[in-house]
Design a protein around this ligand. Structure first.
Ligand code: NAD
Ligand code: IPM
Ligand code: K
Ligand code: MN
Length: 355
């Protein structure tokens, strides 16, 4: 029987609650298929600060690199917000992504038919929506130098090299080839030099993909268009900060931020995590929606382990659970037959795997 080693980073806030449910579902699906999963836990984020003094302990990156893939929850919380920047949980996450070289962050926003009444947007606006946000993850203003804050003046630098743009652009075009063959590149080229290079490079790259239609959109318009008519998008490719913001917007097209999974991949490894954070406002209450994390685990099966059938089994179980009206609190207002806790939702999805 095939055996995979999964590195697990649970993190802070709701992180442990949602990762535990993803593991529950992974175990249900591996039991029904022909492979086993071994899990090894590593620390990162606020919990790592509390236990070791630093947000990214030295054993975490080698541990992830030695594994077949990494499943991650979320980090951060008020407790650590006043620490110097280099000691914050978020800095641990950014360092993890950078050291692992996971430059391509895929954030699919797919409207389930079963939840078409769950969005705050009108059903006819969102039904059938299927967007893939391809976000550059280890460059841009998050990592640019120089950066500083002396209390009177503060600055960051938004920088991209042509090679970095080509690398993420290729990912977007390759995805589009397997989808509706449309890429919308989002930038701020009317104002920023870095966006002009981004746009010129995407235009150049598009010559290698004649079957794919490339369009460009300014980020302010894109934020508006995502809410006005999300179905106009197929693949969106954009830089680090714009992708961060637009994917949270896209989550409300789908219905809840607790539904959006992600895959962050590079040449060496991949990390799978929900797009949302540690949700300190609901941590410990057992009401977090674990579906984004469970769907991230399905992406892990699909992209890193090649276990397509197992991945489909998870996605189908989620759809059926939603069709039968099971909801966590974030989606309780709409169409809910039964409102479940986080662990109950994990249990129901795991049970539906074997149905
Ligand atoms: P957040 O995504 O944690 O929460 C935003 C809102 O969405 C909150 O009201 C929260 O309750 C709700 N929410 C999020 N996930 C949910 C789920 N699964 N089910 C139901 N509701 C959910 O963003 P925030 O409040 O801006 O940030 C909180 C902390 O998380 C901060 O420290 C931030 O830096 C961190 N953060 C971490 C990551 C990550 O680990 N990748 C991502 C985003 C934010
Ligand atoms: C995310 C988060 C992170 C980001 C933060 C916590 C560093 O918002 O994963 O979307 O901005 O990338
Ligand atoms: K997360
Ligand atoms: Mn974010």
């Amino acid at each position: 029987m095939k055996k995979y080693n999964i590195s697990v980073i649970k993190g802070d806030g709701i992180g442990p609650e949602i990762v535990d449910e993803a593991i529950k579902v992974l175990d249900a699906v591996s039991g029904a298929c022909d492979f086993t999963l071994d899990y090894e836990e590593y620390l990162m984020g606020g919990i790592a600060i509390d236990e070791t003094g630093v947000p990214l302990p030295p054993e975490t990156v080698p541990g992830v690199l030695a594994s077949d893939a990494c499943l991650f929850g979320s980090i951060g919380g008020e407790k650590w917000d006043d620490l110097p920047r280099e000691l914050r949980p978020e800095t641990g996450l950014l360092k993890l992504r950078e050291e692992l070289g996971v430059y391509a962050n895929l954030r699919p926003a797919i409207v389930y038919d079963e939840l078409v009444n769950a969005s705050t947007l009108k059903p006819e606006v969102i039904q059938g929506c299927d967007i893939m946000v391809v976000r550059e993850l280890i460059g841009g203003i998050y990592f640019g130098q120089p950066r500083a804050n002396d209390g009177q003046k503060a600055y960051n630098t938004m920088v991209y090299t042509k090679d970095e743009i080509i690398r993420i652009g290729k990912q977007a075009f390759e995805f589009a080839m397997k989808r509706d063959k449309r890429v919308c590149s989002v930038d701020k080229a009317n104002v920023l030099e870095v966006s002009q290079l981004w746009r010129d490079t995407m235009n150049e790259l598009s010559k290698d993909y004649p079957a794919v239609e490339l369009t460009h959109m300014y980020v302010d318009n894109a934020a508006m268009q995502l809410v006005r008519n999300p179905k106009q998008f197929d693949v969106i490719v954009t830089g680090n900060i714009f992708g961060d913001i637009l994917s949270d917007t896209a989550s409300m097209v789908v219905g809840s931020i607790g539904l959006l999974p992600s895959a962050s991949s590079g040449d060496k490894t991949a990390v799978y995590e929900p797009i949302h954070g540690s949700a300190p406002d609901i941590a410990g209450q057992g009401i977090a929606n674990p579906i984004a994390t469970i769907e991230s685990a399905a992406m892990m099966l699909r992209y890193s382990l090649g276990e397509e059938k197992a991945a489909d089994m998870i996605t189908n179980a989620i759809k059926n659970v939603l069709k039968d009206g099971y909801r966590t609190k974030d989606l309780a207002e709409f169409d809910a037959k039964e409102v479940l806790t986080t662990t109950e939702m994990g249990d129901v999805i795991a049970n539906y795997i074997n149905k």
